[in-house]
Design a protein around this ligand. Structure first.
Ligand code: GLU
Length: 503
């Protein structure tokens, strides 16, 4: 059996959004599922659209997400170079093969002449097709004019691993440009040559290329080569599922999710789930499981809905799965000096070793605490943490005594049923009980339950008011663990401060 070889072929025209990276991930998974190779090729032949630094940025995004490529521009490989601008001689060689076969010709028209043809077609209410105006006696190609494909239109039917059986009429086929007048090939030509030379077995790409596929099929035929397997990814749709995900719906640079406190594992898991499932109810997949289970025939044909809440939910699941030590490492992210602020290493020890500047997810007070204290607090909040960016809100009160904020109590549905006097009474009873409690989790739990009986109160009320007195935060972990983490003196001091501040 031939070795499966897939490629991710980005154009360096901007950041890497979820859609691009899903194509990369599915290509990576397809290759690895079959023990094959995953190739990264930069398609940088459109100099007008190129964005400075985008090439390096995309490579680093792919690496950060763990899509390990076997061949690529920065690591080389059997079919190097992997940057199209460095392969111009390859395209020229194949262009001349087509010229020799009589299947390519120099385009002698100026842009103004072509515009006239377009206008003429429009005036006759016909779609413009270059081949209707094909020159009868084109000059020899000297490289200064565009080189066009001489198409032989016919109907096609083809198979797409995801979209199924597709077909198109001869009308879809035209004499497209192979090499532009600047000497660079078009995508339409270059990718076919590269896929051939690089022995690519599967073309996994976005939906926007389906309409051009008949042209490609015509070119494969002219070159007398077999085409790779096609697998077309459906669009990623916005949250409501009614149109393609755009910038306005939150289609942002995928690396931004990491900077916003999403774990790499969760982002990979989420990207994979955009349009794919394994046919069971399972939702959480590690990369190893994805490699084992991923197949193109389980990619859905219709668009996949982008649901940011699902990403946050998955992230919470992944945070729970980490050991406290691992979670601690992730809370200290290092940003390098590049324009994007992309983390280069996501571990505090690595960062310190490299002498890099630390960019952590901790709040101001948390950041100045010992590693041990941080880990202790992490163990307490881990279950409630949805993104690393929630750390300050969930932890700052452990490191510095918060200002009492009775408005929070007054806004609380349960607590506002009590007068301030009744609230203070509960806090005083708590101080009395806790002063005589041994400071460990079980004993505290027991004391708090006894306190419920003594005060004849209900858990949301009694525990609610103590919670506020200790944290003045909208969400906090369970009371016994919060108390253990704060320590006895601090716990009692905070409740007393609350009592004194009550008005
Ligand atoms: N350079 C093309 C793009 O970025 C790649 C399409 C393909 O995978 O063939 O859209």
């Amino acid at each position: 059996m031939t070795k499966v070889r897939t490629r991710f072929a980005p154009s360096p025209t901007g950041f890497a959004h979820i859609g691009n990276l899903r194509t990369a991930l599915f290509a990576y998974l397809t290759a690895k599922h079959f023990g094959g190779d995953f190739i990264l090729r930069l398609e940088d032949t459109d100099k007008n659209r190129e964005v400075d630094g985008a090439d390096e940025y995309i490579l680093s995004a792919v690496k950060t997400l763990g899509f390990i490529y076997d061949e690529g521009p920065d690591i080389g490989g059997k079919f190097a170079p992997y940057r199209q601008s460095e392969r111009l001689d390859h395209y020229k060689k194949w262009a001349l093969v087509l010229v020799d076969k009589g299947r390519a010709f120099a385009d002698p028209y100026t842009p103004e002449q072509i515009q006239k043809f377009r206008d003429e077609a429009a005036a006759n209410k016909k779609a413009f097709r270059y081949r209707d105006f094909r020159p009868t006696n084109p000059p020899a190609w000297d490289g200064t004019m565009p080189l066009r494909f001489k198409s032989e239109p016919r109907d096609y039917a083809w198979r797409d691993e995801v979209m199924g059986d597709l077909s198109a009429g001869a009308d879809a086929i035209d004499d497209f440009v192979l090499i532009k007048s600047d000497g660079f090939p078009t995508y339409n030509f270059a990718h076919i040559i590269d896929d051939l030379e690089m022995e690519i077995t599967h073309i996994i790409r976005g939906q926007e290329f389906i309409s051009s596929t008949p042209n490609y099929l015509n070119l494969y035929e002219a070159l007398e080569i077999e085409h790779p397997i096609f697998a077309t990814m459906p669009h990623i749709l916005n949250e409501t599922g009614n149109k393609k995900l755009g910038k306005r719906d939150g289609a942002k640079d995928a690396m931004e999710y990491l900077r916003d406190g999403i774990l790499v594992e969760a982002l990979d898991n989420f990207i994979a789930s955009c349009g794919w499932n394994d046919g069971t109810e399972q939702e959480i997949f590690s990369m190893d499981e994805l490699i084992e289970k991923f197949t193109l025939d389980r990619v859905g044909r219709s668009g996949a809905r982008f649901d940011p809440n699902r990403l946050v939910w998955m992230n919470g699941q992944w945070i729970k799965r980490l050991s406290v030590g691992e979670l601690f490492e992730r809370t200290n992210c290092v940003s390098d000096a590049n324009r994007s602020g992309l983390p280069t290493s996501c571990s505090v020890s690595e960062a310190r070793q490299n002498g890099e500047e630390e960019r952590s997810f901790w709040g101001e007070n948390g950041a100045n605490t010992t590693d041990n204290k941080k880990k202790q607090v992490l163990a307490v909040v881990q279950d409630r943490l949805k993104t690393l960016a929630d750390l300050p809100a969930l932890t700052e009160y452990f490191f510095a005594r918060p200002e009492p904020n009775w408005a929070m109590v007054d806004d609380n549905k349960q607590l506002k049923k009590l007068t301030r006097g009744e609230q203070v009474e509960l806090l005083c009873a708590a101080v009395e009980k806790l002063e005589h409690t041994e400071w460990d989790f079980d004993k505290l739990q027991m004391s708090l339950n006894e306190l419920l009986e003594i005060t004849e109160s209900k858990p949301p009320i009694l525990f609610g008011i103590i919670r506020f007195a200790l944290t003045w935060a909208p969400f906090s972990p369970g009371l016994p663990e919060t108390m253990v983490t704060l320590g006895k003196d601090e716990t009692l001091a905070r409740i007393s401060t609350a009592v004194e501040s009550a008005k």
